[in-house]
Design a protein around this ligand. Structure first.
Ligand code: SF4
Length: 283
């Protein structure tokens, strides 16, 4: 199979097949929900939606979201050839109805019709130097993207200083502000440090971790577990209907920062956490 076809398979799988760790986390949330509650109904709908999408090979959600490719490139993979193949795959998946036409020209307000345009798809390119290239695709829904937020510490309104307690306060504030909007139960990707741009990039890359995968940094792993429990005790629940599961997980990464700044960048991913990875066979 050529690169175009392999990338088309990746796009299709990402759009129709909710990853098993996310589905498992939704099932766990369902088992914890109160019988007859709005939360129970919402979670049942999400799970049956995911099953139907897989069976009928239809998009799990009408919100295609931002198409973000993360490429760990072997030395033989050419960036321009990858870009051409990725754009073909996105346009073809749109033509086949596996992706809804969701890319809008910001100046004219017109839909581009094929999910391609200035800045779409997003490609993060890393020279991995290994024999095989790995390509990950994430579809990041717009409703959840609207719930992303960036804090600059210290923040006197939150009593948040430049330390992990300050980071904790920011994260709980973000969850509280969202109140289930952005299609809870969600997953938080967080970056401590970096600048405004790289902080958000790192927060999105954190969303590629699997549910339950803890940070290799012991203090961040502890904070992730603590925040998951605390956020889920806020009572916001699935879709904000009230309940026990507001978040499915919290992933915290970090980057070095400048002495003058301390950003906490938070990307919110909805329950429809679409991400898949393939190894590219080059020929
Ligand atoms: S935020 Fe997620 S679940 Fe909600 S409409 Fe967008 S893609 Fe779908």
């Amino acid at each position: 199979m050529g690169m175009r076809e392999q990338l088309l398979s990746l796009v299709v799988k990402t759009s129709i097949d909710l990853p098993p760790d996310v589905e498992g986390a939704l099932e766990k949330a369902l088992s914890l929900s109160e019988k007859g509650s709005g939360e129970e109904a919402a979670l049942r709908t999400m799970l049956s939606n995911a099953a139907m999408a897989r069976e009928k090979r239809m998009p799990i959600c009408q919100d295609t979201g931002t198409l973000m490719f993360v490429v760990e490139a072997s030395s033989s993979l050419k960036r321009n050839e990858f870009q051409e193949a990725a754009e073909w795959a996105v346009a073809e998946a749109t033509r086949l109805g596996v992706l809804r036409q969701n890319c809008v020209n910001s100046l004219t307000g017109k839909n581009t019709g094929n999910n391609l345009g200035v800045g779409s798809p997003v490609v993060h390119w890393h020279e991995a130097g290994e024999a095989v290239s790995r390509v990950t695709l994430m579809l990041k829904g717009g409703g959840s993207e609207n719930m992303g937020i960036q804090y600059s510490l210290p923040d006197s309104t939150l009593g948040a200083g430049r330390n992990l307690e300050g980071v904790r306060r920011c994260i709980l504030d973000a969850v509280y502000r969202a109140q289930g909007q952005g299609c809870a139960p969600g997953i938080l990707g967080v970056c401590i440090g970096g600048d405004r741009a790289t902080g958000y990039v790192e927060s999105k890359l954190q969303l590629l971790r699997k549910i339950g995968e803890r940070s290799p940094e012991p203090e961040l792993a502890e904070l992730e577990e603590r925040l998951l429990k605390e956020a889920n005790s806020l009572g916001i629940g699935a879709m904000g209907f009230g309940g026990k599961t507001t978040l499915l997980d919290v992933f915290i990464g970090w980057r070095c920062r400048l002495p003058a700044s301390y950003f906490v960048s938070i990307s919110y991913m909805c329950w429809c956490c679409r991400r898949q990875t393939i190894e590219l066979t080059e020929n």
